[in-house]
Design a protein around this ligand. Sequence first.
Ligand code: SAM
Length: 272
Amino acid sequence: MSELYQHRARKRFGQNFLHDAGVIHRILRAIHPRAGEHLVEIGPGQGALTEGLLGSGARLDVIELDLDLIPLLKLQFGLAANFHLHQGDAMKFDFAQLCSTPHSLRIVGNLPYNISTPLIFHLLEHAGLIRDMHFMLQKEVVERLAAEPGGGDWGRLSIMVQYHCRVEHLFNVGPGAFNPPPKVDSAIVRLVPHETLPHPAEDPALLERVVREAFNQRRKTLRNTLKGLLDATDLEAAGVDGSLRPEQLDLAAFVRLADRLHARTQEHSPLP
Ligand code: SAM
């Protein structure tokens, strides 16, 4: 492709193109695409992963925002019957238009780091359609996704993603694998949406609200951070010690708090 047109990486699109064949191979091996599957690649760029994904024979839909890359992708892959190109913003893309079979889409992408967190939240709205997701992300973000309660990485991102998915931090990738090299280390993560939620909340929006409120001031005790939503009786009813800090609570405990808040809204009893 470079013989025809030298694409200049654009910072605003988070363009750091993979060029290390060993890393590309390792990512493809982790994804392990097969004929008969339905893959979606977000941000194919210059096709570093696309070629291997298509080679599996799986159906592949790609979503690319940068208009300059579209003709290159068409030229490179347009003849493959299993290739389907969508120009647009993955943040606004309606993934439900691609299929209606539960747990069938396999999403992959070396994501633009500036939008990776909101993009994951957008995808979680379609968690029921997704079989798994493999992403290259900033290493710190993967550490937060895969975190366990009790440490500094455990927070809103870990809790809301683990509510929907099993998370596996697969391996790290150094800046030298990309062109241009990013200033941060990267890592590959696998997210597998649960077929049955292990800790379903009565209202996931209330879980989001409790978690956001609790971690707004993560150094304070739950009794303090949650006092606008739940009082001491509520905490006790949820089996939560109000003298703990939010990072000490696991997902199940946050769900009990959210359900307590839900019960209150059902009773129409005034919030404390
Ligand atoms: N997959 C290629 C690779 O591994 O070399 C490119 C990865 S690069 C980090 C991110 C890609 O996402 C770029 O091609 C960029 O143009 C594209 N992109 C950025 N924002 C996007 C968005 N909102 N929707 C879809 N693609 C986007």
